[in-house]
Design a binder for this molecule. Structure first.
Ligand code: AGP
Length: 622
């Protein structure tokens, strides 16, 4: 859940390292550091607790010159955020430095052994073990006259020997004091890519640091190690030796990873949702067959027709999208769907049969629990499809097929456009499965027309931003919120509550509105606003009576309603209007005022919206 970078080439390395860490800061931001080899052959190590801006202050006092270097921004797993626990970590007495993203599960045993060998540890981290272990293995390598002429063989050997003793996950880069002309990177379970430049190479945890530097990237796979000099990149697989590597073209620009004039990435990404929904729809609506079409099924219509159950698995916001998909697919395709938390599914051992399809939903493609759950279901012989936003990330590489969201980079830790894109894609899957089963041609045409109107409906919802801001200012001092919806909008209630929790640190809960009287209604008082998600639909009247139960107990009510709904306006304290859409598409529209409400409340409370405390964008440890 950290971000790592590396650079080797003609530039001043720290320029790319610090810019890269800024772009990776959403992966972890409690401490950071860089290490370079200076032109006069010294190791320059600068690291600190706190944000990258704190590191820049340190670098202003103690610069780290040099044209080769590594860097790290941290999300602490072992050892609290501190200068000592920040990366890079030295191996031996400064023979090498390592940055690491991941968790080493057997670090204590190795640490004990290394301490017996005389190694002295400066930090409480699992990662420092890697640095000393590589140094210990290097001391056992046969000496060579000319390391470059030997293709850095002893360095590669030492790293491979060390990696073979590790249990856990890693994305790491090693910089050697004596050999500044090479970097060695390796991955197992944590993402790592190499950017190919003109007589220079860039290493990073994901593509965002590379935008504007190169558009040629190589995705390292598990058990691959990269030997990187300024002019050459070699990829060596643990078992297969040197392997060919495919160079891919980066599908986004520097502008995509900049705020574009917005105060926060989250607000920018909220306003990118009309285009994101257009992107996920593009080329996937088959008007002639009145259905949707996908390239990534890798299953025949006969196999898909024979399905009798879908298990969706995910975490956090993606799990909420799965719940929306359950309603959509069961309604439009009459196909049973279960939505499982990935962290539970990996251990719950559910009964499955040949008619079960698993769909893993993830924005980042790196969430460890979702990865583990899909591997478990594949182990049981289940076909697993992925719905993912990050091209080339781990989960798409491991699923049997799948669909990219094309929503563009999502940098704000609180997921927004990925959620609406996931729900739109799931609606198209519901259409596909429905047309494979009982859904008529005309019903299919109708659904296609509604999907095509969606981007404009999203645009309309965004028009209420100013009104939502004033409602946010009114309730920003409240410390408890309830989010209430029914049917398709129950998952939206959960998502609205999660958004508020994760960026404003206010306690909030989402409930099916009718559940309130079975207990939670005891929480209602004049300081606990209830946010009702109640567009017109089959349960509108029921939700209205739930609203009256809250009003009867003095609870303030904010209601998300369809334009022109005067009934709710009479009862609610504040209303936010949205354009009307069919029920199976409502979560895509009703969630937008909830995203904006959470955003503006967090801003009024002075929270760091893009980098909320204790969180990180992709959770790569399980
Ligand atoms: C949502 O705002 C959070 N960032 C978090 O709950 C997230 O949805 C969850 O960690 C799953 O991430 P993924 O979609 O990248 O797998």
């Amino acid at each position: 859940m950290c971000g790592i970078v590396g650079y080797i080439g003609p530039r001043d390395a720290v320029e790319f390292l610090v810019m890269g860490l800024h772009r990776l800061e959403y992966r972890g931001y409690d401490s950071s550091g860089v290490a370079t080899i200076t032109p006069d052959g010294r190791f320059a190590l600068v690291k600190t607790a706190g944000r990258i801006s704190q590191l820049e202050k340190r670098l202003a006092d103690t610069p780290a010159p040099g044209s080769v270097g590594i860097g790290h921004t941290r999300w602490a797993t072992h050892g609290n955020p501190s200068d000592e626990n920040a990366h890079p970590h030295f191996g031996g007495d400064g023979e090498l430095a390592v940055v690491h993203n991941g968790v080493i599960e057997n670090y204590r045993a190795i640490k004990q052994r290394l301490e017996n060998e005389g190694y002295v540890f400066q930090s409480a981290t699992d990662s420092e073990v890697i640095a000393h272990l590589i140094d210990s293995c290097l001391k056992r390598q046969p000496p060579v006259e000319d390391m470059a002429a030997a293709d850095f063989g002893p360095l590669v050997g030492a790293v491979q020997l060390a990696l073979a003793q590790l249990r856990g996950t890693y994305g790491l880069v090693v910089l050697f004091h004596q050999w500044p002309e090479v970097l060695i990177a390796a991955r197992l379970g944590s993402p790592l890519i190499v950017g190919v430049g003109d007589n220079e190479h860039f290493i990073a945890s994901d593509a965002s640091p590379l935008a504007g530097f190169t558009d040629k990237i190589v995705y390292l796979a598990d058990n691959e190690l990269a030997v990187v000099t300024a002019s050459e990149l070699r990829v060596i697989h643990r078992d297969q030796g040197q392997v060919n590597h495919n160079v891919h073209v980066l599908d986004f620009q520097a502008a995509d990873v900049a705020k574009g004039g917005f105060d926060h990435f989250m607000l920018k990404e909220i306003f990118e949702q009309p285009e994101a929904v257009e992107n996920v729809l593009r080329g996937r609506l088959d008007h002639d067959a009145a259905t949707s079409k996908f390239g990534g099924f890798n299953l025949t219509p006969q196999q898909l027709r024979a399905l009798n159950r879908i298990i969706m698995t995910a975490c956090g916001t993606s799990w909420h999208a799965g719940l929306v998909g359950e309603y959509q697919i069961e309604t439009l395709a009459r196909l049973p769907v279960e939505v499982e938390y990935a962290s539970e599914l990996r251990y719950s051992n559910p009964p499955i049969d040949n008619g079960t399809l698993v769909i893993a939903i993830t924005q980042s493609g790196e969430t460890a629990d979702t990865l583990a759950a899909l591997r478990e279901m594949q182990r049981k012989g289940c076909p697993v499809l992925g719905i993912c936003n990050v091209v080339g990330s781990t989960i798409p590489q491991e699923t049997d097929g799948g669909f990219y969201l094309r929503a563009g980079p999502e940098i704000g830790v609180a997921s927004t456009k990925a959620f609406t894109s996931q729900c739109t894609l799931l609606a198209m899957l519901a259409l596909y499965f429905g047309r494979l089963r009982h859904l008529s041609f005309s019903a299919g045409k109708q659904i296609i027309a509604e999907l095509q109107d969606l981007p404009d409906k999203v645009r309309q919802s965004l028009k209420h931003n100013d009104q939502v801001r004033s409602i946010a200012e009114k309730y920003a001092k409240c410390n408890n919120f309830l989010y209430l919806g029914r049917q398709f909008n129950f998952p939206t209630a959960l998502e609205g509550a999660l958004k508020l929790k994760e960026i404003s640190y206010i306690h909030a809960e989402g409930y099916p509105a009718a559940e309130m009287k079975h207990g939670p209604i005891a929480l209602v008082d004049k300081n606990t606003p209830s946010v009702f998600i109640m567009p017109r639909g089959q349960v509108y009247d029921k939700v209205m009576s739930n609203l009256q139960e809250i009003k009867a107990r003095g609870g303030p009510v904010i209601a998300v309603v369809c334009e022109g709904d005067t009934e709710a306006a009479e009862l609610a304290d504040d209303i936010i209007e949205i354009p009307a859409v069919e029920e199976y598409l409502q979560p895509i529209i009703t969630v937008i005022p909830l995203q904006l409400l959470a955003y503006h409340i967090a801003v009024v409370r002075g929270c760091d919206v893009d980098k909320p405390r204790n969180l990180a964008k992709s959770v790569t440890v399980a």
